[in-house]
Design a protein. Structure first.
Length: 357
């Protein structure tokens, strides 16, 4: 089996790492990096730490408007796919790299496999929601983390190729947590004690492009009764710098960190405040309360389980939740058993042999 996998953004490197290993045991994988993320601490660090094979092809697309970035990716990915003629084009998540890979492949009649299919925020103002919906509707194999995600697809009339396979980020987390605990020195470097700090990340368009929201969030972080560690996405750092925003004293902005440092920061935080998708799940897995700085979430199971509260950017609600809320529920394996990658690789091979669907 020959597969072209498309990655480009930070969470996709983490998702692709485990699947890449399985695909290469079973056949040929050509890993394509679109270059959507390019800073060392947004890209290289993950390849090094997680021992991801170096990309076979690096497109070097970089940043741009949605149309510019996606359009350039489409053109480049099309020529890769025409040359390589894979059995599958595998795409992950919901970024512009995901959409470009799916669209380029579908138009060439190359089968598309979408890992993390069926997630919905039902908010089309999110660029990710547009990417997800479009990608799912041209995919031949749709790997859903949960049965709820599969139900979302059926509600949109997608009936073929759906597989509830579990969440692939769980595979990586389960194998990395102990390693992170032993390897990471981030708590010492930042001079913070376990459970004595909050961890925050902000990078969504709704929270960064909207200056009022960003200001409100930073001010609110300053009112939390403990140190807030804030690994800054370059997009957020750019907004802060361009607008001359100053951070409250208790908010410690740091550069983006590698995966092991992030797991260590997450596992030892008192709480996680975030608009990240991946970090809502990671908070659940490490058993740390998550306060989601958005109006809605795709990861509804973490909310239903009682470990995630969706509070938007309302300062009173954020502070009240940080101060007064403690999760009660037990943490079941709502996102699978950590064996998702093997399952996906097996299904891809099976579908190829049966010549689909
Ligand atoms: C992208 C994804 C988002 C995902 C996030 C993961 C889209 C539409 N969005 O958002 O779904 O949650 O990745 O982190 O695909 N920049 C740098 N260096 C980098 C990368 C980005 O400086 O290595 C800056 C550039 O100014 C760029 C901005 O960050 O314009 C935004 O980057 P982009 O990849 O377009 O979107 P993200 O916000 O990272
Ligand atoms: N992450 C990281 N370092 C950071 C911020 C995030 O390693 O400084 C990891 C995080 O642990 C998770 C993934 O990146 O595994 C989430 O990426 P991000 O929040 O950028 O994107 P999203 O999941 O929202 O698409």
């Amino acid at each position: 089996m020959k597969v072209v996998s498309i990655v480009g953004a930070r969470p996709q490197f983490i998702k692709a790492a485990v699947l890449s290993e399985k695909l290469r045991q079973q056949g040929q994988e050509i890993l394509v990096h679109t270059g959507q993320h390019y800073d060392d601490n947004m890209s290289d660090v993950f390849f090094d730490e997680l021992k991801i094979p170096q990309p076979d092809i690096h497109l070097g697309i970089g940043s741009g408007s949605h149309a510019e970035q996606t359009g350039r990716m489409l053109i480049e990915i099309e020529s890769v796919l025409e040359r390589e003629k894979p059995d599958w084009c595998v795409v992950f998540g919901d970024t512009n790299s995901t959409l470009a890979g799916a669209l380029a492949a579908a138009k060439l009649h190359i089968r598309v496999a979408h890992v993390e299919a069926g997630l919905r925020s039902f908010n089309k103002a999110m660029p990710e929601e547009v990417n997800r919906v479009l990608c799912d509707h041209v995919s031949d194999a749709l790997f859903c983390p949960t049965s709820n995600a599969a139900e979302n697809l059926r509600n949109e009339g997608i009936t073929q190729g759906i597989h509830v396979a579990g969440d692939i980020m769980g595979d990586m987390l389960k194998r990395s947590l102990e390693r992170a605990r032993k390897k990471s020195k981030i708590l010492e470097q930042l001079d913070v004690q376990p459970k004595n700090y909050a961890l925050a990340t902000v990078h969504r368009a709704a929270n960064t492009d909207n200056l009022d929201n960003l200001k409100t969030l930073l001010e609110t972080f300053g009112k939390i009764n403990r140190i807030v560690i804030l690994p800054l996405h370059p997009r957020t750092r750019g907004m802060i710098q361009r607008n001359g925003l100053t951070l409250p004293e208790s908010v410690r902005a740091i550069d983006p960190v590698g995966y092991f440092d992030m797991l260590q920061l997450e596992a030892n935080a008192d709480c996680i405040l975030t608009d990240s998708g991946g970090m809502q799940k990671e908070a659940y897995w490490v058993g740390v309360r998550c306060i989601t700085l958005r109006e809605e979430t795709e990861w509804v199971e973490t909310v239903q389980a009682g470990w995630n509260r969706v509070v938007g950017t309302n300062p009173g609600l954020i502070l009240d939740t940080v101060l007064n809320w403690l999760p009660q529920g037990e943490r079941k394996d709502i996102y699978g058993d950590g064996e998702t990658a093997g399952r996906i690789a097996g299904i891809l091979e099976g579908m190829r042999k049966m010549d689909m669907p």
